[in-house]
Design a protein. Structure first.
Length: 316
């Protein structure tokens, strides 16, 4: 069979490849051999499907435990997406407005999905099964989601994550001092004895250094710092403020309310509520109207802050 003429586009591509590999002192011909022998990529290998589907390992025989595990995993993947966008913003020397707004828009979209899908937990498991399999999970709790804490650190100044009653004292404190008083650490400390719950102790052993390192790293370039530095009087300021407010509402009111509904659905019981696996006083700790975490307090009026997490705020 006569040789086919070589497409001139291919020759051009080969020249470009040659230049690329020469620049690195690499032998293009050897790489082409590799291409000749390597397999075609498949979908299942590319997304590591077998690995992904091997990561659900229930502790009990109750089928609904699989729902519980997978929805937590799905949420952690969304958290990873949120962090991926926030990292892109934070690592940019000076993100231009459209880049900042587009990434922030993605973060908002992911949180909308998380809020609207939470009924998978609230309505998607049999209460009787849940109340049994949860006993095999002690003292693990979603409280120990490090990615959730990282999203908080990336979004705002650390002082806004400090327990409300400690903020005045710690306003100009260094990161390690603020870390000691983050709202979630007091949430998992027994008031009477001052003792940390086991859930918190284990969480700290694993992640405390990471939180300190991240807190130092993003001190001057978290989302709020970047907004103040670059976008307070730019053409798209109004759009950026609207996106930041929506993010604040989703992360600190709407997702927490969706999550609280699941705690209420499974753990509420008369005359006495059922204890949380992480050991917090969840009825006092989880409601956003008590927790009052606000990433961007300066973007809300005093009246709005008064109503934070209450029905009037949610239905405004
Ligand atoms: C039936 C479903 C769920 C119930 C009953 C539930 C219950 C609770 C409770 C009672 C707490 C307070 C900490 C404790 O003492 O354990 C908590 C915290 C938390 N849970 Fe869940 N949870 C559920 C699903 C989820 C899911 C799917 C996620 C996704 C990752 C999640 C993430 C969190 C986070 C991030 C916290 C800490 C919140 C904060 O500190 O403000 N939870 N959960």
């Amino acid at each position: 069979m006569p040789d086919q003429p070589v497409d001139p586009t291919l020759i051009e591509q080969l020249k470009k490849l040659q230049a690329k590999y020469d620049a690195m002192g690499q032998d293009l011909s050897s790489y082409l051999d590799g291409l000749l022998y390597s397999d075609y990529l498949t979908y299942w290998d590319y997304i590591h499907l077998d690995t992904l589907l091997s990561l659900q390992n229930p502790k009990t025989q109750f089928p609904d435990e699989e729902v519980f595990i997978m929805y937590h995993q799905i949420t952690e993947l969304y958290f990873r997406l949120v962090l991926h966008e926030l990292e892109q913003i934070i690592n940019h020397q000076h993100p231009d407005e459209s880049f900042f707004l587009a990434r922030l828009g993605r973060v908002v979209r992911y949180f909308r999905h998380l809020e609207s899908s939470f009924d998978v937990m609230v309505d998607g498991m049999e209460r009787e099964q849940f109340l049994k399999f949860r006993m095999a999970l002690l003292p693990a709790s979603g409280f120990q989601s490090a990615q959730y804490r990282m999203i908080e650190l990336y979004s705002t100044d650390m002082i806004n994550l400090v327990s409300a009653d400690q903020r005045e004292v710690l306003r100009n404190a260094a990161v390690p001092a603020m870390l000691e008083k983050l709202y979630w650490r007091s949430g998992a400390t027994e008031l009477a004895t001052g003792k940390k719950t086991l859930t918190l102790q284990q969480f700290e052993i694993k992640y405390k250094d990471d939180f300190r390192e991240t807190g130092e790293r993003v001190k001057e370039k978290n989302l709020w710092q970047l907004y103040q530095r670059y976008y307070t009087s730019s053409p798209d300021t109004a759009k950026i403020i609207a996106a930041l407010r929506e993010f604040d509402t989703l992360a600190n009111v709407l997702w927490p309310l969706a999550h609280l509904k699941s705690a209420g659905h499974y753990l509420h019981k008369d005359p006495e509520d059922i204890k949380a696996t992480g050991g917090t006083n969840w009825q006092k700790y989880l409601p956003p109207r008590f927790q009052r975490t606000i990433f961007f307090p300066d973007l809300w009026s005093d009246a709005e802050k008064q109503e934070w997490g209450k029905a009037a705020f949610v239905n405004r």
